[in-house]
Write a protein that binds this ligand. Structure first.
Ligand SMILES: [Zn+2]
Length: 265
C-alpha cells in the first residue's frame, strides 16, 4: 500500500507534509493516515491483526490523498501515528480522543491513563498535526492565497454487523459551498453510490479538523470518506484519486461561482 513519496516532501517527526507550497486552492488532510505505533506503546495490548484493521487507521486513504496532492499540486498534511494512540480528528474533550474501545474492540493500552500520559499523547501527535495545519493555513491567508480544506478518510464496509452501501460519502455541516458541487459531480458518475452525511455526520463529532481550521475561518471545506474495500490496492487507489482529481480540478465553491458569474455579467 506504500506509494512513492513526492520529492517535495518536507516532513518532520509525527506529521507529514507534502507540497508545502502547493499552488492549488485545496489543502488536504489525512487525519488517520497511519497505523504506526511508536515502540513505547507496544501493541497497546492488541493482536497484530487488530493493528492492521480499520480501527487503527484509514486503510487506503493516504495513497489516495498523496496521489491527489501530486496531481493537483495541493498541500497535504498527514498524521504518522495511529489513531489508537490519539485521534487527531477529535476535540481534546472527546471521550474517544484516546479510544478505550474502537468499534467493538477494547484497547487495553488505553485504559486508566493518567493526565500526564494523555498530555504526552496530545504533545506527540495531536498538537503537531493541528499546529502544522494552522501554520500552513495562516501562511496562505497572509499571502492572500485562496484556501479550501478537504479531509480524506476511509471507512469499513461492515460496521457492527451492518453493511454500508455507499462507495463514497461526503460529510458536511450547514456550509455546503464545497460539498454541494462535490456531491453533484459524484452523483453524475455511473455506478457510484454517494452517501450524504453517511456513514457519519458532523453530529457524530467527526468534523473536528474542519471545524477547527476551516469553519472557524469561514473557509469552504468538506470531508471525504471512501469505502476502504474500494481502495485496498493500487488499482482502486489510482481510480479514486484520478476521479477525485478530475472533479476537484473543475470544482468551484458555490458562492464563488455565483459571484464570478455576477462579476462577468
Ligand atoms: Zn478517518
Amino acid at each position: 500500500m506504500e506509494t512513492a513519496r513526492p520529492a517535495s516532501l518536507a516532513s518532520s517527526g509525527t506529521v507529514g507534509v507534502t507540497n508545502p507550497g502547493g499552488s492549488s486552492p485545496f489543502v488536504l488532510t489525512c487525519d488517520h493516515a497511519s497505523n504506526f505505533l511508536p515502540a513505547e506503546f507496544g501493541t497497546l495490548g492488541l493482536a497484530a491483526e487488530d493493528l492492521s484493521r480499520h480501527i487503527a487507521w484509514d486503510p487506503g486513504a493516504l495513497p489516495v490523498a498523496l496521489r491527489m496532492a501530486q496531481a493537483l499540486d495541493a498541500t497535504l498534511v498527514e498524521t504518522r501515528i495511529s489513531r489508537l494512540v490519539i485521534d487527531c480528528n477529535r476535540p481534546l474533550d472527546a471521550p474517544d480522543l484516546v479510544p478505550p474501545v474502537s468499534e467493538t474492540t477494547a484497547i487495553p493500552g488505553n485504559a486508566g491513563l493518567s493526565e500526564k500520559q494523555r498530555a504526552a499523547r496530545v504533545a506527540l501527535s495531536w498538537q503537531p498535526f493541528h499546529g502544522t495545519i494552522e501554520r500552513i493555513i495562516e501562511d496562505r491567508l497572509a499571502r492572500g492565497q485562496e484556501t479550501r480544506l478537504v479531509s480524506v478518510h476511509s471507512f469499513t464496509p461492515v460496521y457492527k454487523g451492518r453493511n454500508r452501501p455507499w462507495h463514497i460519502g461526503i460529510i458536511h455541516d450547514d456550509d455546503r459551498r464545497l460539498a454541494a458541487p462535490l456531491i453533484g459531480a459524484l452523483r453524475r458518475l455511473a455506478g457510484v453510490t454517494v452517501g450524504v452525511n453517511e456513514p457519519y455526520s458532523p453530529a457524530d463529532r467527526v468534523y473536528f479538523t474542519l471545524e477547527r481550521h476551516a469553519r472557524s475561518r469561514g473557509l469552504p471545506c468538506a470531508m471525504i470518506e471512501i469505502r476502504n474495500d474500494e481502495i485496498s490496492g493500487e488499482t482502486g487507489q489510482r481510480k479514486w484519486a484520478d476521479l477525485l482529481t478530475g472533479i476537484f480540478s473543475n470544482l468551484e465553491p458555490e458562492e464563488a461561482r455565483g459571484s464570478r458569474q455576477r462579476a462577468v455579467g
